[in-house]
Design a protein around this ligand. Structure first.
Ligand SMILES: [Zn+2]
Ligand SMILES: [Zn+2]
Length: 349
């Protein structure tokens, strides 16, 4: 194994990142070293790249970026049990404490002391990465690395879509960015019909159709609520899944969901949102779920099995596959411009 490696590093507290050569890290106690086979860009990585307000308050350069990964264990640190060299793995991003009130009730996804891998630690946009053993998830060999790296965001999509019954349910999805697209794939694989998608970008509406959306709506040109009512015989959808973080989309979705329907909210809003709670939630007797992180480890089992089932239509979502990190700037700029689904860097030789 070489001693040096290439990595995308946030070197300065400013826009962008640099491709650097650094030492291959050593796994400490409770850690493993993985050789990265595939890694994908998340919205979080883009925020760090752009150096937005959140990133400025949270990230401490220099730091290797990235957290979505499929890799192979090449070295095991002291005290690690149950993980061996050669294991094919992915990584849960939330490093939880196991001791707080939430953790002790099994609610690890809302651990009060959560640290985020690749945000509060060095990440996986590198040829090798050190990973906390407690966050390692073993993959079956049947899942190719370019799918296995998507399990972390797929987990968000699965928790959003499967927070309640979905088979045979009519669904409105607002926002067809990478997570919304994964949500469409999960909803279709789970037997939802019709799946209606509201998305202003034509590029993303076309992707939504390729993934399997039954109807797409341009909310800037069409009346979303009227379209949904027309499609559902005036009843509204059973399930409303919000991925966009746009206040207007939230309001339209709450209007378009049927009384006693279910709402899952994943998209993060830019600030406080004003909503008519009386008429849109209370009198409609809606069930509203806030979605964050992934249930450990139940969501990972679901994601892995959905991938193994072959029923998830993932290929159209992976719009860009790069060999190595050389074109990372192009990748980030395309993503910034909203011209991508998921972007994957392949490091498998
Ligand atoms: Zn992610
Ligand atoms: Zn905890």
């Amino acid at each position: 194994m070489s001693e040096r490696m290439i990595a995308i590093m946030k070197t300065k507290p400013a826009y962008g990142a640099e491709l650097v050569e650094v030492d291959v890290p050593k796994p400490g106690p409770g850690e493993v070293l993985i050789k990265v086979l595939a890694t994908s860009i998340c919205g979080t990585d883009l925020h760090i790249y752009e150096w937005n307000e959140w990133a400025q308050s949270r990230i401490k350069p220099p730091q290797i970026m990235g957290h979505e990964v499929a890799g192979e264990v090449v070295e095991v640190g002291p005290g690690v049990e149950g993980i061996e060299v050669g294991d094919y793995v992915s990584v849960e991003t939330h490093i939880v404490c196991g001791k707080c009130y939430a953790c002790r009730r099994g609610q690890y996804h809302v651990c009060q002391n959560t640290k985020i891998f690749g945000v509060d630690t060095d990440g996986v946009f590198a040829e090798y990465a050190v990973v906390p053993a407690q966050n390692v998830w073993k993959n079956p060999k049947s899942i190719p690395p370019e799918y296995a790296t998507l399990q972390e965001p797929l987990g968000n999509a699965v928790d959003t879509v499967l927070a309640g019954p979905i088979s045979g349910k009519s669904v409105l999805i607002t926002g067809a960015g990478p997570l919304g697209l994964l949500g469409i794939a999960v909803a279709k694989a789970s037997g939802a019909y019709p799946v209606i998608v509201s998305e202003p970008s034509e590029f993303r509406r076309n992707l939504a159709k390729k993934v399997g959306a039954d109807y797409v709506i341009n909310p800037f040109e069409e009346d979303v609520v009227k379209e949904v009512m027309d499609i559902t015989d005036g009843n509204g959808v059973d399930v409303f899944l919000e991925f966009s973080g746009a206040p207007k989309a939230l309001e339209q979705g709450l209007q378009a969901v049927t009384p006693a329907g279910r709402v899952s909210l994943l998209g993060l809003f830019p600030g406080k949102v004003s909503i008519d709670f009386n008429n849109l939630i209370i009198f409609k007797a809606l069930t509203v779920y806030g979605i964050t992180g992934r249930h450990l480890w139940e969501t990972w089992y679901t994601v892995s099995r959905l991938l193994q089932s072959g029923k998830l239509n993932i290929d159209p979502i992976i719009t860009h596959k790069y060999k190595g990190f050389d074109k990372y700037e192009e990748a980030f700029e395309l993503m910034r411009a909203g011209k991508t689904g998921k972007v994957v860097f392949m490091l498998k030789d």
